[in-house]
Design a protein around this ligand. Structure first.
Ligand SMILES: Nc1ncnc2c1ncn2[C@@H]1O[C@H](COP(=O)(O)OP(=O)(O)O)[C@@H](O)[C@H]1O
Ligand SMILES: O=C(CO)[C@@H](O)[C@H](O)COP(=O)(O)O
Length: 498
């Protein structure tokens, strides 16, 4: 049998999947890497850590798969979006990458709004948010001019890893869509945006489709990963575009819920005509000519990993969450908002922070753990609510990402979203989506849809429990009030953050 590899360069770790022509996952490997928060609101990673992690993970994957290197035909990538990697004339990073969940750029966002006016939404189809790439470029130019002086081109996280494996620089459209530099509808770098900020077109890498062929592995990359130098490399896409592909969301109808470090509610859009007035993100899909709209919770899986690392260091998620099934919906009056790094949808707010409301002496660690999951899911439900109010039917949701590993959380999602939630055989949607881009690129299937018929394998379905859904519908309104009530308090606390 022939195989392809999907590499998912996430925020917490890189995950690699070896997938056979029949869609079966033959082997998996993963490597974690650190996240640096040197100041409040800052979030950075070392691009070299991504490369080392990817190479080691691929090496483990090829070693344990027991498959001949010549049988692995293609490889593609899924990557955390928006992260700025500035490269010098020798393609070396000039500083650490500034990530999607870094919110230092509020000042630059206001500058972008002022300079572009209505073009911001009509061309880039998105508002200026701290997490996007252009504000980060402007921040480095303003605050680190000597560093910026060395930069010749910018790329996004997975593009840097692919560059190191192939020697070639590219960016795919689905990831370019999250930079605020792309004309989304015409699929080209926007001359208007580039000239407004005096950036040369050479600062942007050549654009390709997510399934576009971009070369083969270098001799060194083949040697260090155990792959063949003949393995074909396909560009890959933004992790949410790949998550959508890996969940089979290639036409309207089914919605995606992804809980990785961030959390996402995503719907397919057939063309660029939908107008959400900037309330949700609007990006190019990894399927050629497709689009998607999505709401984002900045600290979804991150809230749970923070909770575990702070209060149950070294414990597995399964042990930490073991007791939540015995607690009724509502966590005995304990409510959590997951604003640990600020929020995006529906409140684009870099100052807001999280809270536990309603603590009393009866609450155990399991109540807190359940409240964290409920708060994350309520935040995602704000996006579900927004799509429903915009006229979309949200009655079936495919759930992927690390958060989809826990069945109690999947049931909670069904109850809070009041929709059927479907989990797949393998929760690694973005990695599978990347493998599908390689399979499609290799010509195994005439379309991504045909590939999805074979590769996307629904495993379990969770239906809303009417009583729990009703209880949550009432509590959701209380959750929604917490933002407004805690906003002035957080603004007052800002002076105390380092
Ligand atoms: N067994 C589990 N049960 C519940 N949640 C989990 C489990 N394992 C991981 N997670 C959640 O998934 C997150 C990681 O998801 P992942 O999709 O790997 O993220 P990323 O792509 O951002 O690296 C963790 O931060 C955690 O919140
Ligand atoms: O910023 C966004 C989307 O706009 C995030 O969804 C990132 O793409 C990171 O994803 P994960 O690491 O959580 O998968």
């Amino acid at each position: 049998m022939k195989y392809v590899i999907g590499v998912d360069l996430g925020t917490s770790a890189v995950k690699t999947l070896l997938v056979g022509q029949d869609g079966s996952v033959k082997a998996e490997a993963t490597r974690e890497y650190p996240l640096y928060h040197d100041k409040t609101g800052w979030s950075e990673q070392e691009p070299e850590d991504w490369v080392t992690g990817t190479v080691e993970s691929l090496k483990e994957l090829t070693a344990k798969a027991g498959v001949g290197a010549e049988d692995i035909e293609g490889i593609s990538f899924s990557g955390q979006m928006h992260g700025l990697v500035l490269l010098d004339e020798n393609n070396r990073p000039v500083r650490r990458a500034i990530l999607w969940n870094d919110t230092r750029t509020t000042e630059q966002c206001r500058e972008i709004e002022k300079a572009l006016g209505s073009k911001l939404l009509s061309v880039t189809r998105n508002p200026a948010l701290e997490g996007f790439t252009l504000p980060k470029i402007l921040w480095v130019r303003q605050y680190e001019p000597q560093t910026f002086e060395k930069a010749r081109v910018f790329v996004l996280p997975k593009d840097y890893v692919r560059l190191r494996l192939t020697g070639n620089t590219h960016m795919d459209l689905s990831d370019a869509a999250g930079t605020l530099l792309l004309d989304i509808a015409s699929k080209s770098w926007s001359k208007d945006v580039l000239s407004a900020f005096d950036l040369p077109e050479s600062f942007c890498p050549p654009l390709v489709e997510a399934s576009g062929y971009v070369g083969t592995l270098t001799v060194e990359a083949a040697e260090s990963t155990g792959l063949s130098g003949e393995t074909k490399v396909y560009a890959g896409g933004a992790d949410n575009a790949c998550g959508a592909i890996g969940a089979g969301i290639l036409s309207p109808g089914v919605t995606l819920c992804s809980v990785g470090t961030s959390g996402v509610i995503l719907t397919y859009e057939v063309d660029a005509s939908a107008d959400y007035k900037g309330k949700v993100h609007f990006f190019n899909h990894g399927k050629p000519d497709g689009f998607y709209a999505m709401g984002v919770t900045l600290g979804a899986g991150y809230s749970l990993s923070w909770f575990r690392n702070t209060f149950a260091k070294g414990e597995s998620y399964d042990v930490l969450l073991g007791g939540i099934g015995e607690i009724a919906p509502g966590s005995n009056g304990l409510l959590f908002t997951p604003y640990l790094v600020g929020e995006r949808t529906p409140h684009a707010d870099s100052v807001i922070r999280g809270s536990f409301i309603g603590m009393d002496g009866s609450h155990t660690r399991s109540h807190f753990a359940r409240a964290v999951l409920e708060g994350i899911t309520f935040s995602l439900n704000e996006s579900v609510d927004l799509f429903r109010k915009a006229g979309k039917t949200v009655d079936k949701i495919v759930s992927i990402g690390g958060g989809a590993k826990n069945p109690a959380w999947l049931q909670m999602q069904a109850d809070i979203f009041n929709a059927e939630v479907v989990a797949l055989e393998n929760e690694q949607g973005p990695g599978l989506g990347a493998a599908m881009l390689a399979a499609f690129g290799c010509g195994w299937f005439p379309s991504l849809e045909a590939c999805a018929d074979k590769f996307v394998k629904p495993a379990r379905s969770f239906k809303p429990d009417p009583e729990a859904a009703e209880r949550y519908a009432v509590l959701f309104r209380v959750y929604q009030d917490v933002y407004g009530a805690t906003k002035p308090l957080n603004e007052a606390l800002l002076a105390y953050r380092k």
